[in-house]
Design a protein around this ligand. Structure first.
Ligand code: SAH
Ligand code: SF4
Ligand code: F3S
Length: 454
């Protein structure tokens, strides 16, 4: 058996892709290891979204180079693969900066990985960053059940990839290419396979997941709302989620699905980026802050308890103190259960990087700190609001201490419970006793537990 080590950075798409790369290499006799020193093939699955993310790859490649040398000393060969969005954005440049690398493969070419690995036996430095015409998903095998990568209780399923929106700060349209939706039948078949392998919660993912427009079995184009209704029928799947959505694509059908489908969890990650219309326009988001407020109102009238999450960028070129105050005002009005926030990072090749009025680093840092303090306050308040309530918790893994199990609430909060009589994969009503800074603590609320077999 040959050993494979994969490390993923960046978004859920990369987590999903790592699983599919492992599946693609399984027929070649590869099994995964958690120890890079033990690996015949090391794959770094990279992210290009901000400068820091992209630079991580090169420091990691320094460590990989030392491992490769040590292994070579013991007569063992190591092949090093750079995949993901840095691979797509930098291509052959990676080989120049880091000669330890054997293969550079972009996200649209993973189905060619076994062939590229064979080529790397003969040639030095193999690069594939094309956008091939064949659908990579058709050529990426999902490994047969016994070999299916252990995906646990909760799994991602890519239904859509790429982006046509071209926000002026963002590299994704360049690294992931044009928007493509997978056909409904393929998505449903994959969901059924995951359910057979013990998955109880599926998060359908895409860079613009609510722009989904896949071909249905009836020949019509299906929206995300319609797809979710179909996925809710897959046996044994207790929970559905989707991410990441764009405000422009929050249509009535999707909002109605939140009112109709008990399996669709009351949690919505809906990035807004900024609260100033001037900045939103410069970002090419093509919605206003009030559009966002109206969407939130509609979603909340469909599902009053929905927890909201978002992404924010501070210090986009031209952002004044007044613009930033608009962002704080939006956050105060909407109220978020959780959020990600970042300093603007100019990315080569994007229009934002060329704009006048780049904001000084210390201004960005100070704004980020103020925004994060507010968001953190809201997150803690949201978590405290769950104390005393009984919520369903899907148990996903062993807890921090022996005898404990860890899981998630419908609102994606982490919970620790005393395990007694419960198992991973169970969906258990839990009374929340207290809120720690990163986790809730609770006890099973008595009554018959819904077991994994139910
Ligand atoms: N497709 C998603 C998310 C894309 S990347 C969407 O449309 O929202 C995830 C987040 O990274 C973005 O929402 C944005 O907040 C942040 N991001 C993207 N490019 C960035 C940049 N150049 N600098 C700082 N943050 C960035
Ligand atoms: Fe990037 Fe904007 Fe596309 Fe999201 S919608 S992936 S932020 S370009
Ligand atoms: Fe990063 Fe690419 Fe995802 S740039 S955020 S890994 S789409």
């Amino acid at each position: 058996m040959k050993k494979l080590f994969i490390k993923s950075y960046g978004c859920q798409m990369n987590v999903y892709d790592a699983g599919r790369m492992a599946d693609a290499l399984a027929p070649e006799g590869f099994i995964e290891t958690a120890d890079p020193a033990d690996a015949d093939v090391v794959i770094l699955n990279t992210c290009h979204i901000r400068e820091k993310a992209a630079e991580k790859v090169y420091s990691e490649l320094g460590r990989v180079r030392r491992i490769k040398q040590e292994r070579a000393g013991a007569g063992r060969d190591t092949k090093v693969v750079v995949a993901g969005c840095v691979a797509q954005a930098e291509g052959a440049e990676i080989l120049r900066r880091a000669p330890v690398v054997d293969v550079v493969v972009g996200p649209q070419s993973y189905h060619r990985l076994p062939a590229l690995m064979k080529r790397a036996e003969r040639e030095r430095g193999v690069v594939d960053t094309e956008f091939p015409v064949e659908d990579k998903f058709d050529h990426l095998p999902l490994a047969p059940r016994p070999k299916l990568r252990a995906r646990g209780v909760s799994a991602f399923l890519t239904i859509q990839e790429g982006c046509d929106k071209f926000c002026t700060f963002c590299v994704v349209p360049y690294t992931r290419g044009a928007e493509v939706s997978r056909p409904v039948a393929k998505v449903v078949a994959e969901a059924e396979r995951l359910a057979e392998a013990g998955v109880r919660e599926i998060t359908v993912i895409g860079q613009n997941v609510n722009a989904y427009h896949g071909e249905g079995p009836d020949g019509a184009t299906w929206s995300l709302g319609r797809l979710l209704r179909r996925l809710a029928e897959v046996p044994c799947v207790a929970r559905l989620r989707y991410t990441t959505s764009h405000p422009r694509d929050m249509d009535d059908d999707l909002i109605a699905a939140h009112a109709e489908l008990p399996a669709l969890m009351p949690y919505l990650h809906l990035p807004v980026q900024a609260g100033s219309d001037r900045i939103l326009e410069a970002m090419n988001r093509r919605h206003t802050a009030d559009d966002y407020r109206r969407i939130v109102e509609r979603v909340r009238s469909a599902r009053p308890d929905i927890a909201l999450s978002s992404d924010f960028i501070v210090g986009f070129p031209g952002e004044t103190e007044e613009d930033f105050a608009e962002t704080l005002r939006l956050v105060e009005e909407v109220g978020f259960a959780s959020a990600f926030s970042f300093k603007y990072s100019p990315r080569p090749g994007t229009p934002g990087a060329e704009l006048d009025g780049q904001v000084p680093e210390e201004v960005k840092a100070e704004r980020l700190q103020r925004l994060q303090a507010l968001l953190e306050e809201q997150r803690q308040a949201f978590n405290r609001g769950t104390v005393g309530r009984t919520v369903d918790v899907l148990l996903e893994k062993p807890g921090r201490h022996p005898g404990q199990l860890a899981g998630k609430t419908p609102y994606l909060q982490a919970v620790q419970i005393e395990g007694g009589g419960r198992a991973i994969g169970d969906l258990v009503p839990v009374r929340i006793l207290r809120a720690g800074s990163n986790s809730l603590f609770g006890e099973p609320a008595g009554g018959p537990a819904l077991t994994a077999a139910a």
